[in-house]
Write a protein that binds this ligand. Sequence first.
Ligand code: ZN
Length: 258
Amino acid sequence: MKWNTLFSKCLILVLIFSLFFIFESAHSAPLKWSYSGKTGPEYWGSLDPAYVKCSKGFEQSPININTANLVEATDLDPLKFRYTTTPFKVLNTGHTIEVIPRNQENSLWIDNERYILKQLHFHHQSEHEINNKEFPIEIHLVHQHSNGKLAVVGIFVKEGLQNNVLKNVFEHLPRTISSEEIVEKPINLTALLPKDKSFFTYDGSLTTPPCTEDVTWFILKEPIEMEQRQIRSFSELYPSNDRPLQPLNNRVVFKRIH
Ligand SMILES: [Zn+2]
């Protein structure tokens, strides 16, 4: 009898604990993703049901751009950047540094459709590659149409002269996650763009969870420059926030050379 009572008590305790853990896991936040270890890119697709595209998508980014294998698209309009002098705030998200315009006045026009600049951020090393060549930094300028569609412009950064447009941003990178800095002097991003606006374009995805597809990528052919010290100030915070290359599958990469 005693043994049976002890057994029932144990069983009840096990049940209580199980219920507690089921309740807890159902109510805890989705697992945080990262760039290494058990929450790194190869596991993103299984960390949360909402991240399934990260492992099961067919049009994922980034990709290697093989310049011997591009289709010339002479019918594509050149990209029309309409950037204005704008105050920004700089945020450390824990995955990158995000530079967020404090108004909706910066836009990119594609085929007479307006896409508004929502934020730009940085990856070290570059995520896209040209003929399997990486660059020290890739900048992503994320634009959104009023219908929700995303168009991201990727700009490669090579080591060279000091970048004056981003000087104030890089001198005050917020070192703590979730902390913000306000850029004192407004920035005109037009001066950030390379002279040559030739681009490669393809259909891809976000390069971070949830890896949503239906993102149009425009990768500018000409890199811009940043001083080694500027590159290092970012890479000290984020030594490796680049998703590995994804298969092209049966996608075509177009080029528009001006
Ligand atoms: Zn990015």
